[in-house]
Design a protein around this ligand. Structure first.
Ligand code: MRU
Length: 345
């Protein structure tokens, strides 16, 4: 990798027979890696947001399958036990398709009955991990080519090294722009309620010396109206065949605002984020998390009259997106063209 500093913000570290997971809930105050030795632990780490971000949870799940094989092989019926663990991992979160994509790949290999299952499954998990980093670097360059020069961009949630194998998708494009001297500033939304923008994105950018300015989510319209940003750049959790994009809650609002203010919208995602089985975004399952994540402590008593609704993703229609960038290529105006052309090239 060109910048060794990026290695300091690895979300996941494979340690040969265990997985080290950076507990992102503790950032930026504390950098703590916890060691996981079984698939149940990895499932919990994903469900509880210790590791988060679509590509990162896919990679974590792939290593979770390796840990399952390490635990059960060569006991009788070890394959059935691994399959049960794969089902458990698949139930950890519903929206990001990268999770199911990675588990399908691992399951497909298991079904081939490899002679040396541990070595073979480990090799595939490591390949999924390194391919993701390579894809991010490739889409970073492609995205930077599309944007050219920008006074500033706005990003939402965290789509950086922390959310991926490394380098990042939206932050990959931002890193590439910065390296080329084509970007003056990055605005980051706080991203309520988990504050991925405030706790992760601005911290991650600061590690690389990239100028970043935090805004409240509700400041985005005024930021655009003030003419301070040229592009919004986000990642994705699932992209349907027509180019509809599921991403962190609030992405849809940003895209609507961008249309009103003449700001362009870029989605950067690896091909593992595409779900060509879905014609459009209507079929994407949107995760709803515990309402307690939204409520202040004073509302949490048994007899509280206050309810909350906590969908954590939304779907942005393709026609509001200017460009979808992946390691395989770029689709400009996906609302007109869909993204099936990226399936095979
Ligand atoms: O709930 P999270 O933090 O897992 O949501 C993450 C996002 O929505 C990211 O923007 C998306 O996964 C793209 S990450 C490269």
């Amino acid at each position: 990798m060109s910048n060794p500093k990026q290695l300091s913000v690895q979300a996941l570290r494979w340690a040969g027979s265990s997985l080290e997971v950076l507990d992102q809930r503790l950032l930026p105050e504390q950098i703590r890696y916890d060691e996981y030795n079984d698939a149940a632990g990895v499932t919990e780490a994903i469900a509880s947001m210790r590791v988060r971000g679509a590509p990162a949870i896919g990679i974590a799940a792939a290593y979770g399958v390796v840990l399952s094989a390490l635990q059960h092989y060569p006991k009788a019926d070890w394959q059935a036990a691994v399959e049960r663990d794969i089902k458990q991992l698949a139930a950890s979160r519903p929206t990001a398709v990268n999770l199911f994509w990675a588990l399908d790949k691992m399951h497909g290999l298991l079904a081939q009955n490899p002679a040396e299952p541990i070595a073979t499954l480990t090799q595939l998990a490591e390949q999924i991990h390194s391919d993701d980093i390579a894809a991010n670097h490739a889409m970073g360059e492609r995205g930077a080519d599309v944007i050219g020069d920008a006074k500033a961009v706005l990003t939402h949630c965290n789509a950086g090294a922390l959310a991926t194998g490394g380098y990042g998708t939206a932050l990959g494009v931002i890193r590439s722009l910065h390296k080329r001297g084509q970007l003056q500033n990055v605005f980051a939304d706080e991203t309520r309620p988990w504050l991925q923008g405030a706790r992760l994105t601005v911290w991650e950018l600061a590690q690389d010396g990239i100028p970043a300015t935090l805004i409240a989510d509700s400041a985005a319209a005024w930021l655009m109206k003030s003419g301070k940003v040229d592009w919004i750049i986000v990642g994705a959790d699932r992209i349907a065949a027509n180019g509809d994009v599921a991403n962190k809650i609030g992405t849809y609002s940003l895209a609507v605002l961008a249309r009103q203010h003449g700001v362009k919208v870029m989605v950067a995602a690896p091909s593992s984020t595409f779900d060509f089985s879905l014609e459009n975004g209507d079929g994407i399952k949107i995760e709803e998390r515990n309402p307690k994540e939204l409520l202040a402590d004073c509302y949490l008593s048994e007899d509280s009259l206050v309810g909350a609704w906590n969908p954590v993703f939304d779907v942005t229609p393709a026609e509001l997106i200017t460009a979808i960038v992946t390691e395989r290529g770029v689709v400009i105006d996906p609302g007109k063209h869909g993204v099936r052309s990226l399936a095979t090239c």
